[in-house]
Design a protein around this ligand. Sequence first.
Ligand code: AMP
Ligand code: GLY
Length: 429
Amino acid sequence: MKVLVIGSGGREHALAWKLTQSPQVQMVYVAPGNAGVALDKNLQVLPLTDIVALREWAQSNDIGLTVVGPEAPLAAGVVDEFRAHGLRIFGPTKAAAQLESSKAFSKAFMQRHHIPTAAYQVFEDAKAAHEYVDAQGAPIVVKADGLAAGKGVVVATSKQEAHEAIDHMLAPDHTGIQHAGGKARVVIEEFLDGEEASFMVVAHGQVAVPLATSQDHKRLLDGDQGPNTGGMGAYSPAPVVTPEIHARVMREVIQPTLKGMESDGIPYTGFLYAGLMIGKQGQIKVLEFNCRMGDPETQPILIRLKSDLLALLLAATEPEPSQLSKTELEWDRRVALGVVMAAHGYPGTVRRGDVIHGLKADKPDAMVFHAATAMQSAEIVTSGGRVLCATALGDTVRQAQAHAYELIDAIHFDGAQVRRDIGHRGVKR
Ligand code: AMP
Ligand code: GLY
């Protein structure tokens, strides 16, 4: 079977790499891909991003399954487009993708279906938002309603910071945030204390097959300091998700979400990612839903997956979910840890075109997944914010960490930014 993966990040490189291991796979195309994809003889880049062009190409090239990596094409309706032409595609429809694309939608959904989340209010009017902050006090969290590539959230430690965030997010001319429905809105919510975890499932209707748990590192700098990013590194499994918490997340979050989507008339198929905050007493709250896999969480998760990813996703795109409900996944018992190397300037204005040195041949337990890389003449250069993610296995968090940093330390490019403490919570535990 020929498979198409849509996206260009480290997540898509990892998805495509894993798909090539399936005996049923003939070729995996990645649109638009990156230099890592271009260099892999089992993969092929496809320079397309337009949804209709992708659909037409998939039709004329006999693509048996399309897998969507990032949120933007999902929110733009790529699944609806493919399905309308009888093509098999794994991902939520545009309506279902609102779980991620609109914070106001997902918060109202969680409230309606009694899914635990932080108390909140939605504002379009800046004055009302400011008054709410004054009444609630700090710390408090201000979120832009719309896709913002992980950069639309301000965890304000002072009222002043919250007021500034409101003014910024509701300003008519600010850039970087695609507002749901074209209207600037902010969600202001209660600050939650605890440890975060990423909980992802493969969902189809009311059936969910959980993937291995993981933990991301959102802040740019060591010790969880500095601005929020899309994620600077991740490891799997996340020890904070004990078997007891795992069972409760399935029962209290995942199942009611899938049931709620179905009863609201927008059944969910696709990866579903619950970003969780787990309190000291084991309280579970959903920080956010994503309608896709996490990046960089995908990289350590998939390096641990022993089962056939294609078979899993085919089961999840059958008309009925009965095949998926029989699926059980097998995982490498080792820990996997991925460290991101980001470009100069990230998460602000990034510099492109820095030459990357020291990339070596990958091994099954030590992979350098490419993200924002491009070929320029015979050289591999940086082409965006998060450049690559070195991902390795080890018997303990510490060993996986040492292994991943060995890969990182061999790679150089000017201006590279790397956190040196990925996995620190796991090491402590
Ligand atoms: P989100 O995109 O909603 O997941 O927010 C990005 C990051 O901001 C999360 O991963 C948390 O680190 C932080 N965050 C979001 N909401 C809250 C909250 N209510 N309390 C504390 N931290 C939060
Ligand atoms: N790494 C967090 C995310 O993908 O949203």
